[in-house]
Design a protein around this ligand. Structure first.
Ligand code: AMP
Ligand code: GLY
Length: 428
C-alpha cells in the first residue's frame, strides 16, 4: 500500500515511523516532510497548505490512503477535495473540521448535544460592550477569551484582571488575530487537571485510542508563554480505564453521534482537550481534529498493533469491526527541543551535532520537526526542532533516557524544558 502523509512536524515523522513498520505498507510519500522523514519516505516539496498542489500530487501518485497531519489543510477542505477524486483520507471534511476551526461553532455544538464544557457566550465586533458586561457574570478572574478562528495556537488569552480582560476584548475584536478574532468566545474558567484524549472515528463509530498529557508553557514549572507543546507522556495517570470510559460515554460518543446527526460525519482522529476535576468530572476545553504534536509521538511509540487497518477504516468505514489497538505497557515520554526564542522568533541556522549518538541511547527515538538538511549537516530551521522520545519499563526511566539523549545532542542554540512529566512523576 502506498501512503501519503501531509505535514512536516514531529507528529508526521512519528506517523511515518509507525506506518513504515506495517507489513502492508510498501511506500510512504510525505509532503513536504522533513530530513527525519526522508530517511523513511520519499519527500515531495509541496507545502501542507498548498491544497491544489497536494490534490495534483495525489492525482498523480494515487495513494491508497492520505493521512493529513495538521489542522490547516483540514479546515481548508483538503479531505473533501481528495475524496472527490476517490482517494481514501484519514481526516475530517471541512464541515467536520469546524470543531477545531471555529471555537464558536464547537461551543454551540456542545450546547446543542449536551456535552459537558464551560459556560460561554459568543460576541462579534459590534458587541464589545456586551462582552465586557458578560465578564460580570463570572465569579471574578481569571477570564477566558478565545478568538473564534485558527490563530496558530495563540488565540486563547486568560487575563488575570478585569481591566486586562476589557482591554483584550477591544484588542481581539479590533483585529489582533485578524479575521480569526473578528468574533470571540468568552467562557468560564475551569479548574482541574488538563489531559488529552484521542479517539479514532469513521463517521459512525468511535474507538478509544489513548490518553496523554502535554506541557503547553515554554518554561519549567509551567511558566512562560503558551507554545504548541514542549513535551508529553502517555499514558496519563488521570485518564485511567474508568475515566477513559466516562470520556467515551459522556463526550466522544455524543460528539460522533451529534456530528453524524448534524450532517457532518467525523472521520479521522478526534483529539479532546479535557479539564478534569472531582466535582464536574471530565469537561471539554477544546476539540482538535487531528493528532496532537507532540502527543502523537508518545502514542505512536506505544502502539503494539499496526494502526493501518484502523486508519483505513476511519477513511472508508468499518471501524466498528476493528478491535481497540493494543499498546505496550511501557510508558513513553517526549521532550521537545526548540530554538532559543521560541515561541517568539527562534534562533535558526545552527548545525545540530551528535544526533546519531543520541539516537543510540536505549529506548530513544528522535523525531524531527523544524530541521533542514544541508550536505551532511542537519540545520535548525524552525521553532520546535526535535522531539526526543523514549520508552522504558517505568516513566521515570523513560524520562532519564530522554534527557540523556537531549544532553548528548550538540546544539548550543536549542533549549528544552527539564521537567517534562513532573505531574505524573509526582503522583508516583
Ligand atoms: P486552547 O487553545 O483552547 O487549547 O487553550 C489553550 C489553553 O488555555 C488550554 O490548554 C488551557 O490550559 C487553557 N484554557 C482554555 N480554556 C480554558 C477554560 N475554560 N478554563 C481554564 N483553562 C482554559
Ligand atoms: N500539543 C497540542 C496540540 O497539538 O494542539
Amino acid at each position: 500500500m502506498k501512503i501519503l502523509i501531509v505535514g512536516s512536524g514531529g507528529r508526521e515523522h512519528a506517523l511515518a515511523w509507525r506506518l513504515k513498520q506495517s507489513p502492508r505498507v510498501t511506500q510512504i510519500i510525505a509532503a513536504p516532510g522533513n530530513p527525519g522523514i526522508a530517511q523513511l519516505a520519499e519527500c515531495v516539496p509541496v507545502a501542507a497548505d498548498n491544497i491544489e498542489g497536494l490534490v495534483d500530487l495525489a492525482r498523480i501518485e494515487r495513494p491508497n490512503l492520505v493521512i493529513i497531519g495538521p489542522e490547516v489543510p483540514l479546515v481548508m477542505g483538503l479531505a473533501d477535495k481528495l475524496r472527490a477524486i476517490d482517494i481514501p483520507v484519514f481526516g475530517p471534511s471541512a464541515r467536520a473540521a469546524m470543531l477545531e476551526g471555529s471555537k464558536g461553532f464547537s461551543k454551540d455544538f456542545m450546547a446543542k448535544h449536551n456535552i459537558p464544557t464551560a459556560r460561554y457566550r459568543r460576541f462579534d465586533a459590534t458587541q464589545a460592550a456586551e462582552a465586557k458586561a458578560y465578564l460580570d457574570t463570572f465569579d471574578g478572574p481569571p477570564y477566558v477569551l478565545k478568538a473564534d478562528g485558527l490563530a496558530a495556537g495563540k488565540g486563547v488569552v486568560i487575563p488575570e484582571t478585569k481591566a486586562e480582560a476589557e482591554a483584550e476584548i477591544d484588542a481581539m475584536l479590533g483585529g489582533r488575530f485578524g479575521a480569526a478574532s473578528a468574533s470571540l468566545v468568552i467562557e468560564e474558567f475551569m479548574h482541574g487537571e488538563e489531559a488529552s484524549f484521542f479517539a479514532l472515528c469513521d463517521g459512525e463509530t468511535a474507538v478509544a485510542l489513548a490518553g496523554a498529557q502535554d506541557h503547553k508553557r515554554a518554561g519549567d514549572g509551567d511558566t512562560g508563554p503558551n507554545t504548541g507543546g514542549m513535551g508529553a507522556y502517555s499514558p496519563a495517570p488521570i485518564l485511567d480505564e474508568a475515566m477513559q470510559s466516562r470520556v467515551m460515554e459522556e463526550i466522544v460518543t455524543p460528539t460522533v453521534n451529534g456530528m453524524k446527526k448534524d450532517g457532518r460525519p467525523f472521520r479521522g482522529v478526534l483529539f479532546v482537550g479535557l479539564m478534569i476535576d472531582e466535582k464536574h468530572g471530565p469537561r471539554v476545553v477544546e476539540y482538535n481534529v487531528r493528532f496532537g504534536d507532540p502527543e502523537c509521538q508518545v502514542i505512536m511509540t506505544r502502539l503494539k498493533d499496526d494502526p493501518l487497518p484502523q486508519f483505513l477504516a476511519c477513511a472508508i468505514g468499518g471501524l466498528a469491526g476493528c478491535a481497540r489497538l493494543e499498546r505496550i505497557s511501557d510508558p513513553a515520554v517526549t521532550v521537545v527541543m526548540a530554538g532559543a526564542g521560541y515561541p517568539g522568533e527562534p534562533k535558526k541556522g545552527g548545525v545540530i551535532g551528535k544526533l546519531k549518538e543520541a539516537g543510540k541511547v536505549p529506548g530513544v527515538i528522535i523525531f524531527h520537526a523544524g530541521t533542514t538538511q544541508k550536505g551532511d549537516d542537519i540545520i535548525a530551521s524552525g521553532g520546535r526542532v526535535l522531539t526526543i522520545t523514549a520508552t522504558a519499563p517505568t516513566l521515570q526511566e523513560a524520562v532519564i533516557r530522554a534527557y540523556e539523549a537531549v544532553d548528548t545532542i550538540d546544539w548550543p542554540d536549542g533549549f528544552c524544558r527539564r521537567d517534562i512529566a513532573w505531574r505524573a512523576l509526582k503522583r508516583g
